[in-house]
Design a protein around this ligand. Structure first.
Ligand code: SF4
Length: 270
């Protein structure tokens, strides 16, 4: 049985035919450069998530917020440098400038660094703890770009951020817009199912959509109805793959901007 990505579920909601074009005909929507950037960002956070503990271990006495931010920023910049260096060949292949991409990544994730640094600073001030003790007491522990697989659900997804509290895990979907749509809620439900399957110890009562430009979060409470819908959509995608048949349902409102428009007009539903 095929594993379905959460992004495929989202595609189905946008237009079921997109799933046919991508998963049956193997057409790509995203440019190869964008896919490479996504892979690089994932790698950066895979390394940076592991470094965070060491950063906090360095805080052995009361320090101002700026000092903590600098520790975080320097470690993040080093990680970005080392990952970009390891992708030198691929970047050349796509004519991407290492320096420009570095600036883009540092700018795009500055909120992430600030949030983590603030979290450490506030915990240090509130509890008067340092080094290992500060790390142990730190809540939430933030992990970014977390790729999770569920063998039971046959789902795969990369979650923008998970905030781990003592017994609670909160998925966070990061967006640049400012309106919470059903798709964001649906996506968070799919992530909650993945977290539940991978970290059964944690309760997952809610998630957030975080709007980076506004620096605001909107809460999403989980509902059984939408969890059920996630599974139903996954099953419908399996049917499309198995039957190799273009779905009748489509979203005409989006056709004018769709990258599959040409192919879609040519093909007829059998
Ligand atoms: S062209 Fe329209 S119907 Fe076809 S896949 Fe795109 S959005 Fe869906």
């Amino acid at each position: 049985m095929n594993y379905i990505r959460v992004t495929d579920l989202v595609d189905y909601l946008i237009c079921p035919r997109k799933v046919y074009f991508k998963l049956v005909l193997g057409l790509e929507e995203e440019k190869k450069e964008e896919m490479l950037k996504g892979e690089i960002i994932h790698k950066i956070f895979e390394e940076f998530n592991d470094k965070e503990e060491e950063i906090v271990y360095e805080i052995l006495e009361p320090v101002p917020y700026d000092k903590i931010y600098k520790l975080y920023y320097d470690a993040f910049r080093e990680t970005v440098d080392s990952v970009l260096n390891s992708y030198e060949e691929e970047l050349k292949e796509f004519n991407l400038s290492k320096e420009e991409l570095k600036l883009e990544i540092l700018d795009h994730f500055k909120y992430e660094i600030e949030d983590r640094a603030k979290n450490v600073y506030q915990t240090m001030k509130a509890l008067d703890l340092y080094g290992i003790e500060l790390w142990d007491a730190l809540e939430p522990k933030i992990k970014s770009e977390v790729e999770l697989i569920s063998d039971d659900l046959k789902l795969v997804g990369r979650i923008d951020r998970i905030e781990f509290y003592k017994d609670i895990a909160i998925p966070v979907e990061i967006k640049t817009g400012n309106r919470i749509g059903f798709i964001h809620k649906f996506q968070l439900h799919a992530y909650a199912l993945l977290i539940r399957d991978n970290f059964s110890y944690y309760d997952i009562p809610l998630g957030y959509v975080y709007y980076t430009k506004l620096r605001k979060r909107k809460e999403v409470r989980f509902s059984e109805k939408i969890f059920k819908m996630v599974i139903e959509v996954r099953n419908k995608i399996w049917d499309i793959i198995e039957e190799q048949k273009m779905p009748e349902e489509r979203n005409e409102k989006l056709c004018s901007k769709c990258p599959f428009r040409e192919q879609c007009l040519k093909l007829k539903v059998k």
